[in-house]
Design a protein around this ligand. Structure first.
Ligand SMILES: O=C(O)C(=O)C[C@]1(C(=O)O)C=C[C@@H](O)C=C1
Length: 357
C-alpha cells in the first residue's frame, strides 16, 4: 500500500465538531474552518457514549445537514464515524467522503468484520482508531479486516488508551504503540487525535506538536463554534479560531533533510551512538555473566534465586545513581525491571540445569 495522503509536506488536518448538534452549529463551525483553509471536516452523527441517557448524537438527520454544506461548498469533504453496517450504508448514500471506525468498535472483531463486509466493493477512505485497550494486534486486526474488504485508502488514528492509572490525559498516549504500528506498516498513514488523548483544551498544543515531532501524517482535532456549550466533549473542543492558531503555532518537521551539513553531523552522531550502544551491550553482557556465576553459586548452596531485600536495594539505588547522570528515574526503574526479569530467568535456567535434587 502506498501512503495515499496527498500533501506530504503538511499534515492532513481533519476538524469539526465532536457531534453535529444543529444545522447552524455545524455550518458555522465548518465554514469558519474552511475560511482558515481546512478542507476535511469531521462531524459525529451517532455517538457511542459510556452511560445511557447522555447525548447520543442527532442521528441520520445530520447527514442531510452535511449534504447541504457539501452542495454549497463542493471543495469540502466530510468524515463521519460508523459503528454498524446501517451507518455505513446511510453515509454512502449521503455521499460522505471518509469513514472512520471508533475505538469502541475497533475492540470488537465481529463488529469490524460486519463493517468490512458491507464495505466490500466500495471505494472510500477508511480511518481506524486504536482500540480503547493498548492492544496493537487488535488494532492491526481491524486494519487488516478493512484491507481484506478491498479498501485501499486506509489510515490509523491514534486517540490514546483507557487506563485505571491516574494521569493528566483522558486517554494515555502510549506513543510506543502507534510507532510500532508505523514500523510494521511504514506506508500506513498515521493520524493523531489530540482531542481524545488530552480530554482538555490546555493539552492539545503539546500533544499535536509531539505528533508532528514524530512525523505523523495528520491531526484530527475537534472544534465547535461554542465549545463551552457543546453537547459532548465540551472541555476538549476548540473554537475554529483557536484551532487555526494552534495549527499556526505548530513546528512542522520534515522526515529528513538533504542539507549536507545536517547529513554529516547526523552521521557523526549516529556513529557515536553505535559506539555507545556497543558499550551498553558489553556492560549488560558482563552483568549477566556475573548473574550466571551468582546463579551457579546459589544452586551449589541451595539458595533461592529471588532475593527481595537485595532487589529492593538495587531497584531504589539505581534511579538515584541515574539521577546524578541526568537520566530520568522512571526510565531507570523501567530498565531495571527488565534487567531483573532477565537476571531471574538466567538464574532459573542455571538452577534447572541437571538438577541435582
Ligand atoms: O543479588 C542477587 O542475589 C541476585 O540474584 C542479583 C539480582 C540482580 O540482578 O541484581 C537478581 C535477582 C535477585 O532478586 C536480586 C538481585
Amino acid at each position: 500500500m502506498e501512503n495515499w495522503i496527498k500533501d506530504k509536506g503538511h499534515p492532513w488536518i481533519i476538524s469539526g465538531p465532536c457531534s453535529a448538534e444543529s444545522p447552524e452549529q455545524l455550518e458555522q463551525t465548518c465554514l469558519q474552518l474552511a475560511e482558515g483553509g481546512i478542507r476535511t471536516l469531521r462531524a459525529g452523527v451517532w455517538k457511542p457514549r459510556t452511560r445511557p441517557h447522555q447525548f447520543e448524537g442527532v442521528g441520520a438527520i445530520a447527514l442531510e445537514w452535511i449534504k447541504e454544506i457539501k452542495t454549497a461548498h463542493p471543495s469540502l469533504s466530510f468524515a463521519v464515524e460508523v459503528a454498524t453496517p446501517e451507518h455505513v450504508e446511510r453515509c454512502l448514500k449521503a455521499g460522505i467522503d471518509i469513514l472512520w471506525i471508533g475505538a469502541r468498535t475497533t475492540v470488537n472483531p465481529f463488529n469490524v468484520q460486519e463493517l468490512a463486509d458491507v464495505l466490500k466493493g466500495v471505494n472510500i477512505p477508511v480511518l481506524v482508531k486504536n482500540p480503547v485497550n493498548p492492544d496493537l494486534a487488535l488494532w492491526m486486526g481491524a486494519i487488516e479486516r478493512i484491507m481484506h474488504a478491498g479498501i485501499t485508502q486506509i489510515g490509523a488514528i491514534h486517540r490514546g488508551f483507557s487506563s485505571f492509572q491516574k494521569s493528566k490525559y483522558r486517554n494515555m498516549p502510549l506513543w510506543q504503540i502507534p510507532l510500532e504500528l508505523k514500523t510494521l506498516h511504514p506506508s500506513l498513514p498515521l493520524i493523531c487525535d489530540p482531542s481524545h488523548i488530552a480530554g482538555k483544551r490546555a493539552l492539545l498544543q503539546e500533544i499535536a506538536q509531539r505528533a508532528m515531532d514524530m512525523n505523523y501524517d495528520g491531526l484530527m482535532i475537534e472544534s465547535h463554534i461554542h465549545p463551552e456549550s457543546a453537547l459532548s466533549d465540551a472541555e476538549q473542543q476548540l473554537t475554529p479560531k483557536a484551532l487555526l492558531s494552534l495549527l499556526a503555532n505548530l513546528s512542522i518537521r520534515s522526515a529528513s533533510s538533504s542539507n549536507p551539513l545536517f547529513i554529516n553531523k547526523l552521521e557523526e552522531l549516529r556513529h557515536q551512538i553505535d559506539q555507545a550502544d556497543r558499550e551498553i551491550l558489553e556492560a549488560l553482557a558482563s552483568r549477566m555473566a556475573l548473574v550466571e556465576q551468582l546463579g551457579e553459586y546459589k544452586k551449589e548452596n541451595n539458595v533461592a534465586v529471588f532475593q527481595i531485600e537485595r532487589w529492593n536495594e538495587v531497584f531504589h539505588s539505581r534511579p538515584e545513581w541515574g539521577k546524578a547522570l541526568r537520566l530520568s528515574p522512571d526510565f531507570v526503574e523501567e530498565l531495571y525491571k527488565i534487567i531483573h526479569t532477565e537476571s531471574i530467568k538466567i538464574q532459573t535456567e542455571v538452577s534447572q540445569q541437571n538438577p541435582s535434587r
